[in-house]
Ligand binder design. Structure first.
Ligand SMILES: C[S@@+](CC[C@H](N)C(=O)[O-])C[C@H]1O[C@@H](n2cnc3c(N)ncnc32)[C@H](O)[C@@H]1O
Length: 298
């Protein structure tokens, strides 16, 4: 049996990206399930980085196959914070961005698609519909304007500042691989792999295969579970976020994998406030969100 864990959640940092499928609200339930003796923490599907940025570890590797997102984090890490904030404020005034200026938004979007300044992606996302990150097949950012709803506000700036401060105070590395191209061979038993893949039975803009990047399907799901088995056989601890059931759909690949292995399934509370949630009280249509670990937590 692999080592036991127990960690107290520290103060939480929120991603500046309002990421669909982001785990910020679930962190109070997820973080205590992580071991506290991690050397390298791999956030294999980092998305908004909500998990990796809050994980206790000597080093964090943030990986995602969305290159433009990773470019943004790399810049946040390397650039002085004031330069980042100044660039954002300058862009907002230069393009007169507001809750109503669609033309300004479209002009900045055009500039981003030509020049690919990663900080401009952040400004666009701040003003875009539902703050979504969407690209077309030509890898052009194509999310529409978030009229009357989306803007760069003080809350977002605070999140960004805290995020940069935390990122720059830590030993981190960024990579941009498809999960199955990631080099796991360098990991050892002191390391840890956290997986928050697109969910097979729910939809998110990152798993519909319509943004110029690979979608998520059964083949990916099966391959990921194989990788987790391989890590387990090498004594490397992992956890996997997923849903077993959602809107009447069941993830049978996941439940069959769980049936055939001795992993631990932690059912998370749907109201996100605590995990004292009894499975038997759930209706068939309710979402059963879980964290699977290959070690026991007490
Ligand atoms: C559910 S989101 C992760 C959210 C993140 N845990 C958070 O709290 O912000 C899933 C992420 O997986 C990434 N992704 C999708 N397919 C991938 C693949 N084949 N390899 C690596 N990353 C992938 C998506 O770009 C997306 O950012």
């Amino acid at each position: 049996m692999l080592p036991i864990c127990k960690a107290n959640p520290p103060e939480l940092v929120r991603s500046p990206m309002n990421y669909i499928g982001g785990k910020y609200a679930l962190l109070p339930q997820i973080l205590p399930l992580f071991p506290k003796d991690i050397n390298v923490f791999v956030d294999l599907f980092c998305g908004g980085c909500n998990v990796g940025i809050n994980a206790q570890a000597n080093k964090v590797i943030f990986n995602d196959n969305l290159k433009y997102l990773i470019d943004f984090y790399k810049l946040l890490y390397s650039l002085p914070k004031e330069d980042t904030l100044t660039h954002i404020r300058n862009r907002i005034s230069e393009f007169d961005l507001s809750l109503t200026n669609n033309d300004g938004y479209i002009s900045l979007r055009k500039l981003y698609n030509e020049k690919r300044n990663p900080l401009d992606l952040f400004v666009l996302v701040a003003y875009s519909f539902n703050h979504q990150i969407r690209f077309n097949t030509a890898h052009e950012f194509n999310n529409p304007f978030g009229k009357e709803r989306s803007s760069y506000n003080p809350r977002m700036e605070n999140n960004l500042i805290e995020f940069i401060d935390t990122l720059q105070s830590r030993d981190v590395l960024f990579s941009c691989f498809n999960f199955d191209d990631f080099d796991f061979s360098k990991l050892s038993i002191n390391d840890y792999v956290y997986c928050d893949p697109p969910y097979l039975i729910t939809t998110g803009s990152y798993n519909d295969g319509k943004r110029g990047f690979t979608g998520w399907n059964k083949t990916h799901e099966i391959r990921l579970l194989e990788i987790l088995d391989e890590l387990n056989s090498r004594g490397i601890r992992f956890s996997l976020s997923n849903v077993l059931r959602h809107k009447g759909n069941h993830n049978t690949i996941l439940s069959e994998w769980l049936d055939s292995n001795d992993y631990y399934v932690h059912h998370l509370s749907k109201d996100y406030s605590n995990s004292s949630y009894h499975l038997k009280n759930r209706g068939e249509t309710e979402t059963d969100e879980v964290l699977v670990t290959n070690y026991i937590c007490r």
